[in-house]
Design a protein around this ligand. Sequence first.
Ligand code: SIN
Length: 343
Amino acid sequence: MIKKSILIKIITLKSIILFLFAGCSNGTNETAQLACSLDDPCNIRFPHVTAPSTPKGQAAALFEELAEARFPGRVTVDVYPSSQLMTDDDSLPALFAGEIQMIAISLSKFDRMTQAFQIFDLPFLFPNIEAVERFQNSDTGQNLLGTLNDRGFQGLAFWHNGMKEFSAPIPLRVPEDANGLKFRIMESDVLEEQILNMGGSPQKMALGEVYQALQTGVIDAQENTWSNIYSAKYYEVQPYIMETNHGYIGYLVAVNPDFWQSLPEDVRTGLEEVMDEVTQWGNQRAEEINLRDRAEIVASGDSEIITFSEDELAVWQQSMRPVWEIFADGIGRENIAIAQSLN
Ligand code: SIN
């Protein structure tokens, strides 16, 4: 019998090869599932990398519950949280190859495929989650949902996590305090420039490796949301958390277009309605979950939280503007202007 870990490696290797050979040019593949009946239910495998308690973890669990309740015996959803099945990097080719059927990956991690989502990484562009919500709900934001449709990733929804904070072994009161520190970042060139701009050394790394890397000194610092910092226990090994709210983590929930079109119409439209309900529920709760986890970190006493006055934050905001200039043309200056007008 093949062991689960070996099976996952075989699946991943096969899907990466398919992804590379397809040149990532469209979403057609031979493995899309074609039936959804009582004899042969549609199975949606939905891996993700965060803990069940996080905004994404809770939304994914609700999708499983509501989808199965709406189509009893016809649809099954298996959610795999906490990188149990695979990393985000592996799930892109796996969705493309039809090995999994749904993903919710940080917008930052689509950097190799499109510059359009880089807008969400521009430091200090969005002052809060409400501003992100207004932009995502605008015509421009809704058009962004379809950015990768013809490349094998049909966007169904944007899900929020929350605003990002820095954590470090020393207090970072001004950006220059980061000088010489090694920061873990997601796979994003904008985030790389953001850290270089602060004088730090950026290291792209999967979420599942960060705790140990912090603990062993492979990296010194990182940036993430309160819910990820709490659920992944970074606060235990990071004495200072800077409440800068300097960036956003949110997700593109996507499916393989061939798979989605192969579903019976009533199932597809029903699942899209479920997705809308879950998106509304999850996006309303995301901030509350992050504030709850912030309070848990404060109560632990393990990390000191550094807060900033408006004037102090203005110094951070000003110092990051050169990062915008590097990416503005690729993102589209008009889109940045629209986001600013909705702040
Ligand atoms: C996530 O929230 O899905 C992951 C974010 C990260 O990799 O830091």
